[in-house]
Design a protein around this ligand. Structure first.
Ligand code: FE2
Length: 277
């Protein structure tokens, strides 16, 4: 059984992006959205979820982020009410939903996802990172032009993103945009942990992306967008009245080297897993 055609695979190799409408059913999308509502309700009864509501201390925020690779944690939009997590105040929840929550685990470990990863070229896929992204109405922030490889570095580059539209993503509510074909260029930066603590962004090439060539990736609910880790992408702020929930999974190749300097690290008792749970 194939979930993509040879033409689609060739197009992905050529452009660095593949858009697959109706890959997931509306019911499958709703199951993730409903599960996230429950996770948020449960978080509201925990003290930890409010860590950012009462502090602006950069060190605490960075530590919360840097230790989130094997946890389910809550990150707020810069604007809006940060007093408690909700669909209207959160930017995202991450980064190990796919290993820690049974509903998210079942979602990513469906056979069609395994097949899709294999058909785009993975040999030993490892599920590195997952994020539930809210892009709430009126305050959902811009995500500036970037590629994912600098943040999830492997030698050789191997990360691919699977971006699922849980709601319709349009140019009005902040859909993805990308620069097709630019994945063939070298990375321009690298985000890593510093030796003494904290993180830094290393510039490898200070030229700008040719963003005048950008194209929108409007995606009806249920669409999966596959992004090469070196494909530049961007999304605008959401100034509309509708939310734009999305779920992303990032996968790396098991044979590629994963550096200790990468921000996302797992504890020894929670190693990365593949699509088989
Ligand atoms: Fe990204």
């Amino acid at each position: 059984m194939n979930v993509i055609t040879t033409d689609q695979k060739n197009s992905f190799n050529e452009n660095g992006v593949l858009v697959l409408p109706e890959f997931f059913s509306h019911e499958e999308c709703d199951s993730l959205m409903n599960r996230m509502s429950v996770i948020i309700q449960e978080a509201n009864s925990h003290e930890e979820s409010t860590v950012f509501s009462t502090t602006n201390r950069t060190h605490t925020q960075e530590d919360y982020f840097l230790t989130s690779g094997d946890k389910i944690r809550f990150f707020y939009e810069q604007q809006g009410d940060n007093s408690e997590p909700s669909e209207l105040s959160l930017n995202k929840v991450g980064h190990a939903l796919h290993d820690l929550d049974p509903v998210f685990s079942d979602f990513v470990r469906q056979e069609k996802m395994t097949l899709l990863a294999t058909e785009i070229g993975f040999v030993e896929p490892l599920l590195l990172q997952s994020m539930y992204i809210f892009k709430p109405p009126r305050i959902g922030g811009e995500v500036v032009w970037h590629t994912d490889h600098p943040f999830l570095w492997t030698d050789p580059p191997s990360v691919k993103g699977f971006w699922v539209a849980l709601e319709d993503a349009t140019t009005e509510n902040g859909c993805l945009w990308c620069l097709p074909g630019l994945h063939k260029e070298s990375p321009k930066e690298r985000f890593r942990r510093k030796k003494g603590g904290g993180t830094e962004m290393i510039t490898l090439d200070d030229s700008d992306f040719p963003t005048e060539n950008k194209i929108p990736l409007e995606a009806p609910k249920g669409t999966v967008v596959v992004l090469d880790g070196l494909l530049p992408h961007w999304s605008s702020a959401n100034l509309s009245e509708t939310s734009r929930h999305a779920f992303t999974l990032h996968v790396i190749e098991g044979s590629a080297h994963y550096p200790k300097e990468n921000w996302l690290q797992r504890s020894d008792d929670m190693p990365l897993k593949g699509f088989a749970s």
